[in-house]
Design a protein around this ligand. Structure first.
Ligand code: SAM
Length: 283
């Protein structure tokens, strides 16, 4: 099998730079370059596209993204030990890889990127959900990115793509599916990573919709889904009581049974309720 580039195998890179994985940085590395190229392909056509990568580590996915033709990759890495390995990749792809050393939660990447922009990452699990929520809740929609291709623990991936009626269905599914098409495109066993995590992982592909699937004010929708799912075992007439004195009548008006529970209600109905509450603020 031919190598994806002329750079050394990742095991050699890790040994040479003494990149022993650190648990507190969520480090589970992908060393199989065929696999990282496959993940990069899930991100879509990368030619003519800037790619933001969070947590490149030794650079397996970075190499996949560049080999698959990304115009430019901006990689943000917190661990200084990984920087020499990343600089070697930058030299092999002149002008196409920019490396920023720092915390992805504290860096605004937009000034280093030119549209169209895709985001791809094998995320550190401790900040994955926080980053996803940030990318899904920008001040304006459409966001700065076209698509997100992200590795999560499988259980989190299932919460992102979940449909009504399932245990995994909740605020994360509603938020993701309100503004994006979301699907699991790959699942990976623990052995795909070094060191192997305890659980399976999955890659989720999210493609930004030009506008939210149904109209609703983001803050009102968020308030409704928070109230509904924070007490997900209660009937909606009880869990949503604090939102409006006439909540029972309002639920009926948007064809939601007041005795139903949050997990039975689809996105269209939650948005309808948010619009009704916005028109009739109770308190
Ligand atoms: N992309 C590499 C791969 O697939 O082999 C590494 C993935 S590893 C799961 C997560 C990476 O994110 C590590 O390199 C870790 O150092 C980095 N990281 C952890 N917290 C970070 C943060 N707050 N900002 C940027 N990078 C972070």
């Amino acid at each position: 099998m031919s190598a994806i580039d002329d750079l050394p195998p990742l095991r050699d890179v890790i040994a040479r730079h003494d990149l022993r994985a650190k648990k507190q940085l969520g480090q589970n590395f992908l060393l199989d370059l065929n696999l990282t190229a496959k993940i990069a392909r899930q991100a879509g056509d990368l030619s003519g596209t800037d790619v933001l990568e969070i947590g490149p580590g030794p650079g397996g996915l970075t190499r996949g993204l560049l080999a698959e033709g990304a115009r430019h990759v901006l990689a943000i890495e917190k661990d200084a030990r990984a920087l020499p390995a990343l600089h070697e990749i930058a030299e092999a792809y002149p002008g196409r890889l920019t490396i920023l050393h720092g915390d992805a939660l504290a860096i605004d990447p937009s000034e280093h990127l030119t549209a169209p922009i895709r985001i791809a990452a094998n995320l550190p699990y401790n900040i994955g959900t926080e980053l996803l929520i940030r990318w899904l809740t920008p001040p304006e929609w459409p966001p700065f990115w076209q698509s997100l291709t992200l590795m999560f623990q499988k259980e989190v991936a299932e919460r992102i793509v979940a449909k009504p009626g399932s245990k995994a269905y909740g605020r994360l599914a509603l938020l993701a599916q309100w503004r994006a098409d979301a699907q699991i495109v790959m699942t990976l066993p623990p052995e795909a990573f070094v060191p192997a995590p305890k659980v399976h992982s999955a890659v989720v592909q999210l493609t930004a919709l030009p506008q939210p699937r149904y109209p609703a004010d983001p803050a009102v929708l968020s308030r409704v889904t928070a109230a509904a799912f924070n007490q997900r075992r209660k009937m909606l007439r009880a869990s949503l009581r604090g939102l409006h004195p006439d909540i029972e009548a309002m639920l009926l008006q948007v064809e939601i049974k007041p005795t139903a529970r949050a997990e039975e209600i689809d996105l269209a109905r939650f948005c309808a309720l948010a619009r009704l509450l916005e028109r009739n603020p109770g308190r």
